[in-house]
Design a binder for this molecule. Structure first.
Ligand code: IMP
Ligand code: MG
Length: 199
């Protein structure tokens, strides 16, 4: 088989903030902590927040020893890198949360508005327990004092991409967490939009 370029290959390669191996190790230790904390529970429902959390959720769910189910919810509040404030529910869960142990799985907690909205919305559905797990957290950007039960890494106030996180749907499939630099945006602006250019 010929080697193939990852889908991000035609975009500039971002400098790494968190390497692939460090992510793998951290996901394993988070899974071990979650297994420990939920010992005695029959099963856990992982609620992945689309789209950014899908890769983290896929890896975390496979690392857990506790029986787990997955469901997804889609929310949106961003255009580019600007938080618009209002969180919109785009796609709801299929699962009834009543009596279930629910763990929200997020890619990143930035201002905290999305997680705060989720905690309030899902708590009202009567789960047996409700906690949150986020691969990344930008603490200095928090506008709401929202508690995250399991945090992978605290990151500085930069726009991060890769391992599920995007900038306008680009760089999601990068295997590590990189930093979006302004020069990269200038270079991307000169290229055809991948969504409209068939390839
Ligand atoms: P919050 O509501 O401001 O906490 O934003 C949470 C959501 O914004 C995350 O789930 C991400 O989808 C997105 N987001 C925030 N910061 C970044 C970033 O640096 N890179 C990619 N997505 C981000
Ligand atoms: Mg997200």
């Amino acid at each position: 088989m010929t080697s193939h370029k990852p889908p991000t290959a035609r975009f500039p390669e971002p400098p790494a903030l968190i390497a692939e191996g460090a992510i793998r190790a951290r996901v394993a230790s988070l899974a071990a902590r979650i297994d420990h904390d939920y010992r005695g529970c029959d099963e856990l429902l992982l609620v992945g927040v689309l789209r950014g959390a899908f890769i983290f959720l896929a890896d975390l769910s496979r690392r857990l020893a506790i029986a787990n189910h997955v469901d997804f919810i889609a929310l949106s509040s961003y255009q580019g890198t600007e938080q618009t404030g209002a969180v919109r529910l785009i796609m709801d869960l299929r699962t009834d949360l009543a009596g279930k142990h629910v763990l929200i799985v997020e890619d990143i907690v930035d201002t905290g508005h999305t997680l705060d909205y989720l905690l309030r919305t899902l708590a009202a559905r009567g789960p047996a327990s409700l906690r949150s797990c986020s691969l990344l957290r930008k603490r200095e950007r928090h506008e709401i004092d929202v508690h995250v039960d399991y945090v992978g890494f605290d990151v500085p106030d930069v726009w991060v991409i890769g391992y599920g996180l995007d900038y306008d749907d680009r760089w999601r499939t990068l295997p590590y967490i990189g930093v979006l630099e302004p020069e990269m945006l200038e270079r991307v602006a000169q290229r055809p939009d991948p969504a409209t250019s068939a390839g």
